[in-house]
Design a protein around this ligand. Structure first.
Ligand code: GDP
Length: 301
């Protein structure tokens, strides 16, 4: 927990230290206090909808005298934040017997998608799984090379074709190979050209279609990777990708070194998609399984 706390230090400074400081020494709750609280939530990128709902609810409860002192207000804010995160907790779908679990990774360039694939591969291997990678971001030669480098480092096979190849064809080949070899998990990278939304939609849907020819249940997970340092952009990306292809999981990277970690609440308020992993640093183990209670403890307690 201390590692997680350190990784979340900057957001924790706002959502824990600054909010606690705001209420200490105060005798009563006035509009000023509520306004300042609102500013703090917004500054941590909790977002307008969630923040407005929290403040409205608190104001109402203050009026009813359900919440009557600043310490009570602090407890109530934390309870509200906790409630938002606890809503989304669907498990990852499991593959049929003897079939690979297919994780389709989506997200725009630079968010930490490739790095997350590498870290996840390492962790899955450590848990005793065999892994295969599919270089489905054929748009950038560098993306294919980067994935191949991770494959070499982790000694896992990477199915790739030349740059510009049809991503659906690469991923189809990979799923066929993974099935034939009895691989446990296939992680497929994809291009994240959100600015050409129609093309991306066609590409991702085609990938989904061809996978289903081999395994009607694939992909078992459509995981979006977003970068916490981009704040509200991460939310916009999540909304847009979810329209293109319904997401089943979200990974939030780079929570270390940003005070914008409140973006998880903004995303959870908007989309019923569970968080799977959070990135709090560059090391393999810094990609952590997301656990709402642990996250809340590290952030708020
Ligand atoms: P991609 O374009 O989405 O595949 O992005 P990359 O995987 O190449 O990552 C972009 C940069 O973000 C790299 O320098 C990574 O080391 C860095 N990165 C990824 N995740 C994290 C994280 O959780 N914390 C920090 N500090 N850096 C990260």
């Amino acid at each position: 927990l201390s590692g997680l706390r350190a990784g979340l230090a900057r957001t924790r400074e706002v959502l824990n230290a600054d909010i606690s400081e705001l209420v200490t020494g105060r005798k009563e709750i006035d509009q000023d206090l509520l306004d300042e609280l609102e500013m703090l939530l917004l500054s941590a990128d909790v977002g307008i909808p969630a923040t407005t709902r929290i403040i409205d609810d608190l104001s109402y409860r203050v009026k009813l005298r359900e919440v009557s002192d600043p310490a009570g207000l602090l407890r109530a804010v934390r309870a509200q934040l906790a409630e938002i995160l606890r809503r989304n907790d669907a498990p990852v779908r499991q593959p049929g017997r003897g079939k690979p679990q297919v994780i389709l990774m989506v997200g725009v360039n630079g968010v930490g998608k490739t790095t997350s694939i590498g870290k996840l591969t390492k962790q899955l291997q450590a848990e005793g799984n065999t892994v295969m990678l599919a270089a489905g971001d054929t748009f950038r030669a560098a993306a294919v090379e980067q994935l191949q480098a991770w494959g070499e480092r982790n000694q896992v096979p990477v199915v790739a074709q030349h740059a510009g190849a049809d991503p659906a064809s690469v991923i189809y080949d990979a799923l066929q190979a993974a099935t034939a070899r009895g691989v446990d998990v296939l992680i497929a990278d994809t291009a994240g050209r959100l600015h050409t939304k129609v093309n991306l939609m066609e590409e991702l849907r085609k990938i989904g279609r061809v996978m289903k020819k081999i395994d009607p249940d694939a992909p078992h997970e459509v995981m979006l990777v977003v970068d916490a340092t981009t704040g509200q952009n991460a939310l916009h990306q999540a909304v847009q990708f979810n329209e293109i292809l319904p997401l089943t999981g979200i990974t939030v990277t780079k929570l270390d070194g940003t005070a914008k970690g409140g973006i998880l609440f903004a995303i959870a308020e908007r989309l019923p998609v569970p968080f799977r992993f959070i990135g709090v640093g560059e090391r393999i183990e810094d990609l952590r399984h997301f656990d709402a209670e642990e996250f809340l403890d590290a952030l708020l307690a």
